[in-house]
Write a protein that binds this ligand. Structure first.
Ligand SMILES: C[S@@+](CC[C@H](N)C(=O)[O-])C[C@H]1O[C@@H](n2cnc3c(N)ncnc32)[C@H](O)[C@@H]1O
Length: 284
């Protein structure tokens, strides 16, 4: 599928390259425009607002929030190809009289149409220290597909080389896969940190930036080269950076113009770094 088809449906982007289109737009509007065009995307990778009072959120009543998020997820379902996938990263929120740290996934079950393959736990080391409950150190990634029997899973692309007994043999043959082991459904990947002397190299001014390593694993494992990947809440542009580095195409929607400017700077820099790397490799 060509990206220009989507550009015809969505209009002039805020930022574009041959493989990336970024729109300063409410994702509902963008998803509707794609739906009406009849073009379909291969995969969506995203992290929506969690309705916890971040600077980019208009806090909603819990039912309103659930209905808003479910309607976006169902819109994504409608524009996903028959063998496409949806990777949804979500955390927790407080539900008055019901729970302090309720997984957002609990709200969505029964309200969306995708088939759930499994829940992946993203586990990280740093975070807030709590006194009256356990300190939260994980978020979820829901791996949804449209067709329970036909979907992309490139296990060899994401195998974990950290194998305990790599030379163990049975009947003279190596027991484990030489590419590594299945990375399991618990992924230990460091968060993007901020602060003096501890800020991650990739840190931007966006307050909720994904680590690129996390997106890289999803892009490599659940999509194929040249696939079209959508991020309807693209924030600082991490999904687009990963797509650029892994040979996928990306469409991103971001409602705030100041964040779109962060994305433009970030993608310009990522493009320069990629070109430098390619020119070094061409010397060999
Ligand atoms: C959790 S952040 C995403 C962070 C992103 N994964 C990253 O790595 O930077 C959610 C983003 O969605 C944006 N947003 C909120 N409502 C939106 C909407 N209706 N349409 C498009 N973007 C929206 C917010 O401004 C925010 O940047």
């Amino acid at each position: 599928m060509k990206l220009t088809n989507f550009k015809n449906a969505l209009g002039t982007p805020y930022f574009e390259t041959d493989s990336i289109l970024i729109y300063n737009m409410d994702c509902k509007e963008g998803i509707n425009a794609i739906k009406n065009s009849g073009y379909r995307i291969d995969c969506t990778i995203t992290s929506p607002p969690y309705n916890i009072g971040k600077e980019y959120e208009n806090k909603m009543d819990i039912t309103e929030y659930r209905d808003w998020l479910a309607s976006i997820v169902n819109g994504i379902y409608d524009i996903t190809s028959d063998v496409g996938a949806f990777l949804l990263n979500v955390g927790y929120l407080e539900v008055t009289h019901r729970g302090k740290a309720v997984p957002i996934t609990y709200l969505l079950w029964d309200h969306i149409k995708f088939y759930l393959i499994q829940e992946i736990i993203w586990n990280y080391g740093a975070g807030v220290a709590c006194k009256r409950m356990l300190s939260p150190r994980n978020e979820k990634i829901l791996w949804y597909v449209k067709n329970a029997h036909s979907y992309t899973f490139n296990l060899d692309e994401i195998r974990d080389p950290d194998v305990k007994y790599p030379n163990q043999k049975k009947n003279g043959k190596l027991r484990c896969n030489t590419l590594g082991k299945n990375p399991s459904d618990v992924w230990q990947i460091a968060k993007v940190t901020s602060g003096e002397n501890r800020s991650s190299v990739e840190r931007t001014d966006h307050p909720a930036q994904f680590p690129t390593d996390l997106i890289d694993r999803m892009v490599k494992g659940f999509t194929n080269p040249e696939d079209i990947i959508l991020d309807p809440f693209i924030g600082s542009g991490t999904t687009a950076v990963s797509c650029m580095n892994n040979g996928r195409k990306c469409i991103g929607f971001e409602i705030r113009e100041d964040y779109c400017d962060i994305i433009c700077d970030r993608l310009d820099q990522a493009y320069e770094e990629k070109r430098e790397q390619e020119s070094i490799l061409s010397l060999f």
